[in-house]
Every structure is written in structure tokens, then in C-alpha cells.
Ligand binder design. Structure first.
Ligand code: SAH
Length: 247
């Protein structure tokens, strides 16, 4: 239970917070912690704040980019204390738990937490299927990162135990017959799409505006599976062949 859920911390400044996150995770039965370019790690402060959760610190994967940390994940969820430039499907932790609880244990889910001072960048948030916001006091909205991990993972645990009644399942469904595409497969699709859009001169690389973020949001909202991504890649390849044949 909950072992398919990975917590990813991006660019954490204070090692004590990494320890606090490890403790919060272990309390709720999560085990997989990934760190993207932590400022200071390993560190004694992390061990001290982890209490007995040092096994999570010992096993934590350290990555040099968020893309690498996400590569094998199929559902990617970003957390944010505030609304961003391009709005994305925004849910609260209870709604997130209603999405993840019915998924089989073989679907790898990543929940991404940002820097203590700046959170996640727009580019990082655009790698995600959903954005989760803990509905805090609007005048003082930002939680300590370990506290945010605690709130989110508590809801995941409650739902996994079948103890949550009220969460409405958001309308973008979750009962897939085919495994979801992985982060890496989706990124290859976006690369391919962008190339074809440039080749067909629909996208002007000198003036891209918000075309790719908007297309990204469209596809992420659909939470595509592996077969759907393959079909889209096939369509793009056919267009490429036609263009090449015409030249
Ligand atoms: N000023 C930053 C706050 C970062 S707090 C910002 O506006 O994003 C550090 C991290 O804790 C955030 O990146 C997020 O992962 C998590 N967090 C803090 N408060 C949150 C909230 N109300 N809802 C969801 N995540 C939150």
C-alpha cells in the first residue's frame, strides 16, 4: 500500500526539511523519496529531523534533473501554494487521493514539492498532470514543506485505508484498461509534436508564444495511456513522411 507513490523534492535548501519529509512519509507508510539537486545532502540535520526514518534517507535517490527523477513515473502531480500563469487542473489533497486510491499498485505516481523560497517553476509545473493546492489561509498560504507533505500523504493514507467518504472523484476518469504513458514517453511525444509543428510552419520558433504550454496542458488533462501516445506518435510520423516526400 502506497509504495507506488514517490515524493520528489526539488532543490531543497535546508537538509532539516528533507529529514522532516522522510519522517512525515514513513508515518504515513510511504517509502520512496527522491531528491533533485538538494543544496546540502546527506547531512546531520536531515538525520536529526528524520527521527527513526533514516532508512528513507539512506535509500533516497538523488537526481540532477526533475525529468530524470520522473522518467519512470506515470502520473505526475505538482504542488503549489498559489495559482500560476497558465492555470492547470487544480485539485485539493482529498481529490488527489480519490484519483490515486483506485489506481493499481503498478502505476507509479510522483508528487513533486518545490523549493522553500520559490516553490516550483512554471516549466516544472507544466510537466504535471494535476496541480494540488492545500486550501490554506489566502493571506498566509505557504506551509513548511514537511507539513505540506504530511497533509498530502495523510489524505492518501486515509483514502487507501478506505476511511474517506466525501471525496468526489474529479471528472477526468481514472479507470484505465491500459497502463498510463510514462513521463519519458510523454516528453518524447511533446518533442515530436513540437518538431512537426515547426516543420509544417505552424509553430514559429522565433515567436513560439504559449503554444507548447497550451498543447501540453491539453494532453496532460487527458492523462494519456501508452497506446494513445503510440497512436499520436504514429500520426506525427506519417505527417513527417508526407513532408519529406513533398521535398
Ligand atoms: N513561495 C513558494 C512557497 C514554497 S513552500 C510558492 O509560492 O510556491 C515549499 C513547497 O511546499 C511548495 O513548493 C509546495 O510543494 C509545498 N506547499 C507549501 N504550501 C502549500 C500549499 N498551500 N499547497 C500545496 N503545496 C504547498
Amino acid at each position: 500500500m502506497l509504495e507506488n507513490i514517490t515524493i520528489i523534492l526539488v532543490n531543497t535548501t535546508h537538509p532539516g526539511n528533507i529529514g522532516g519529509v522522510a519522517r512525515a512519509m514513513k508515518n504515513m507508510g510511504l517509502t520512496d523519496l527522491r531528491l533533485v539537486e538538494p543544496k546540502v545532502f546527506p547531512d546531520g540535520d536531515a538525520v536529526a529531523r528524520a527521527s527513526g526514518a533514516t532508512d528513507l534517507l539512506d535509500n533516497a535517490g538523488v537526481f540532477s534533473s526533475l525529468a530524470e527523477a520522473l522518467a519512470d513515473c506515470q502520473l505526475v502531480v505538482g504542488t503549489s501554494a498559489r495559482e500560476r500563469h497558465i492555470p492547470w487542473p487544480l485539485i485539493n489533497p482529498r481529490e488527489l487521493a480519490a484519483i490515486t486510491a483506485p489506481l493499481s499498485g503498478s502505476q507509479k505516481i510522483a508528487i513533486v514539492f518545490g523549493r522553500e523560497d520559490r516553490g516550483l517553476t512554471n516549466e516544472e509545473l507544466q510537466l504535471c498532470h494535476h496541480h494540488v493546492n492545500i486550501p490554506t489561509n489566502e493571506a498566509f498560504s505557504s506551509l513548511n514543506i514537511a507539513a505540506a507533505v504530511q497533509v498530502v500523504t495523510y489524505e492518501l493514507r486515509m483514502a487507501a485505508l478506505g476511511l474517506t467518504e466525501s471525496a468526489e472523484r474529479p471528472q477526468w476518469g481514472t479507470e484505465w484498461d491500459i497502463d498510463l504513458a510514462s513521463h519519458q514517453e510523454l516528453e518524447l511525444l511533446f518533442e515530436h509534436l513540437e518538431k512537426v509543428l515547426v516543420d509544417t510552419e505552424f509553430l514559429d520558433p522565433e515567436n513560439p508564444r504559449q503554444l507548447m504550454p497550451r498543447l501540453r496542458r491539453l494532453f496532460m488533462r487527458a492523462v494519456p495511456d501508452k497506446v494513445e501516445v503510440n497512436v499520436l506518435r504514429g500520426i506525427l510520423s506519417t505527417i513527417e513522411k508526407k513532408i519529406d516526400g513533398g521535398h
